[in-house]
Ligand binder design. Structure first.
Ligand code: M6R
Length: 603
């Protein structure tokens, strides 16, 4: 995680750095800081957001025409101003993204040499280590190379040195970093999209590479230190927007779901050739967080329509199960960011085991999009709130479409039926618009009140409903800090039912189908224990629960031909909105929940 931005372009650096950081704060927002150089290095940093850093700089301006900046997601050490980056020692300022696994050993060794440290962070060892090598006569560049060569773990760094005012040094291994330049300036960033408007082209640094960034020129060296020709690519256009107000991003992104699904389905229409999943054998889906919930729903669809045996595994767990991975016929990774370290590591592990890989990914220029064998894009556009919303809906759209395509290729769906079902999917965007506009506001407000005053909650469902219950629980925990246990409804009686008592709300996801009758029995069991029920589902399902006292949030009617895909998507929208509103009712900002970051780039 963490965002890095660096500039050397002859103009006042601080505003450029703040602008760059503002585009990168999705990578972490625990603390922020910058260092600029004007004869000496001036540092401004704090535990807080980029906006707070901008306010600090208005009060205490920092002048200089070259600088580096950082927005942090804490790994080692609390989110305090001392632990914020840049770390400076001996006229050397460093910002770092990644984890230095051997920082304790390096620190102990340097302490024996007389170095004194201000923090216990892993990153602080870097300027000390660079200084150590410089004091032993190494040039600036060689000293950075030596220091990075001693580091175990992952890093992306930008280095500014007081005695070399016309150069920034960038290096990476494991964590992403790109460089760019125009005629007059040079830039470093964690994400090429942050460079929009500053330069037209960027080069992604390779593993172990180092770059010297000057005004109008960039020199890249590979991990052996040999000069390398950068592979220049077009800087993507700026898709992020500045919005203020708690939940402003998430509310806007929920409203964008119909457009995101429409664009994603249109892209799927342009896909040519077979998917590869029809070849037979187990398809392994992997992802983290909400992307995994989308994968789990997709697995039901692939099995139902195409009869493909499908497994879903959390990426960080799959890393410990190489046999499972090696035996898969195909690995499909899902990720909004395309940067999630665990998911990316599985893609690499699969490639190393010669398992064909595909990625359902939203950020087109991401590492995962570059490395996966096939990319099935979601076209949700930039998602800036921490919570996945339109990306989740778009992943479901890809999976729905993929299930039909694979079913047709395998002959489990006739071509005529496949065309009919595919065309029916085109109704999803307008129906999702109705879900957003047609929600029963009174019932929604009542449900929010119940959840906002609860200390714990449960979310239950069966079949696909159980996967959406898991999504509801994740969103209520991450946004409203409401501990919510997701339980497949049939499992309730095997333990979690002990949690039920008045004041513990139970959200039940209800989608009509063969499991409905059994779920109604579970609801009776919940109601009998005095727990309040919030039912979310389609009309037919809610009608079956008529005799049970509950708050009901019904979905609008939907055509049978598309109900299988629409209902999970629609219920997903409602639970995400419920979680957002519960967070707001608790006085929280759902766009930037504590301890989280949008892109989770550490394992
Ligand atoms: O970028 P990814 O889809 O790989 O991210 C995966 C998770 O980190 C993400 O879905 C996370 O769980 C969201 N905060 C959920 O709202």
């Amino acid at each position: 995680m963490c965002g890095i931005f660096g500039t050397i372009n002859g103009s006042d650096a601080a505003p450029v750095l703040l602008d760059g950081l503002g585009r990168l704060d999705y990578r972490g927002y625990d603390s922020a800081g910058l260092a600029v150089l004007d004869k000496t290095i001036a540092v401004r940093k704090l535990g807080g957001s980029v906006d707070a850093l901008a306010s600090l700089i208005r009060v205490r301006p920092a002048e200089g025409r070259v600088g580096i900046a950082h927005t942090r997601w804490a790994t080692h050490g609390a989110a305090t101003s001392e632990n914020a980056h840049p770390h400076v020692f001996d006229g050397i300022a460093v910002v770092h993204n990644g984890v230095i696994e051997n920082h304790d050993a390096i620190r102990t060794r340097l302490q024996q040499d007389g170095h004194e440290f201000q923090t216990s962070t892993d990153s602080e060892v870097l300027p000390h280590l660079i200084s150590h090598h410089r004091r032993r006569g190494q040039s600036a560049v060689v000293a950075v190379q030596s220091a990075l060569g001693e580091v175990h773990g992952s890093y992306a760094v930008a280095v500014l040195m007081e005695d070399i005012p016309d150069l920034l040094i960038a290096g990476r291994r494991g964590s992403p970093l790109v460089v760019g330049h125009d005629e007059d300036g040079g830039y470093i960033a964690s994400d090429p999209a942050a460079l929009a408007g500053y330069c037209a082209q960027y080069a992604a640094l390779g593993e172990g590479a180092l770059a010297l960034v000057a005004r109008g020129a960039v020199l890249v060296m590979d991990q052996t230190g040999a000069a390398e020709t950068p592979r220049w690519q077009q800087v993507p256009s700026l898709t992020t927007v500045r919005r203020t107000g708690a939940g402003a991003h998430m509310a806007a992104e929920l409203a964008e779901i119909p457009a995101a699904v429409a664009a994603t389905l249109a892209a799927a229409d342009r896909r040519v050739g077979r998917t590869g999943l029809e070849a037979g054998g187990t398809v392994l889906l992997t992802a983290c967080g909400s992307s995994r919930h989308a994968a789990a729903i997709g697995a039901h669809w692939l099995e139902h329509w195409a009869g493909v045996p499908t497994r879903v595994e959390i990426a960080s767990e799959l890393l410990h199960r190489p046999t499972l991975l090696a035996e898969a016929a195909h690995l499909v990774a899902l990720s909004q960011s395309g940067e999630t370290a665990d998911t990316l590591a599985v893609v690499r592990m699969a490639a190393a085991a010669s398992v064909p890989t595909a990625a359902i990914v939203n950020v087109a220029h991401s590492q995962m999009a570059r490395e996966a064998g096939t990319v099935w894009p979601t076209l949700a556009g930039a998602e800036q709130a921490v919570a996945a919303t339109k990306s989740f809906a778009s992943q479901l759209a890809v999976l729905a479409r993929l299930s039909l395509d694979v079913a047709e290729a395998r002959g489990t769906l006739s071509p005529v039926e496949a065309v009919f079902r595919r065309r029916a999917l085109e109704r999803l965007p307008s129906w999702l618009g109705q879900v957003l506009d047609g929600v029963d506001h009174d019932a929604l407000s009542e449900a929010v009140k119940v959840l906002a005053r609860a200390r714990t909650a449960l979310a239950i469902g069966r079949d696909i409903g159980a996967e959406i219950a898991a999504e509801a629980a994740l969103k209520l925990a991450e946004l409203a800090y409401l501990p919510t246990l997701a339980v497949p409804a049939g499992e309730l009686k095997h333990g979690p039912i002990a949690l039920l008592e008045p004041g513990v709300p139970v959200i039940a996801i209800l989608i009509h189908g063969p499991t409905l009758a059994k779920q109604v029995v579970s609801l009776e069991e919940v109601a009998a224990r005095g727990a309040g029920l919030i039912l979310i589902g389609d009309d037919a399902a809610l009608t079956a629960t008529h005799g049970i006292a509950a708050l009901r949030l019904p979905l609008p009617p939907v055509a049978d031909a598309v109900a299988w895909a629409a209902l999970p998507l629609g219920v997903g929208v409602i639970v995400q909105r419920l979680a957002m509103m519960t967070a707001l009712a608790r006085g929280l900002n759902p766009d930037r929940p504590r301890n989280l970051a949008k892109s989770v780039t550490v394992e």
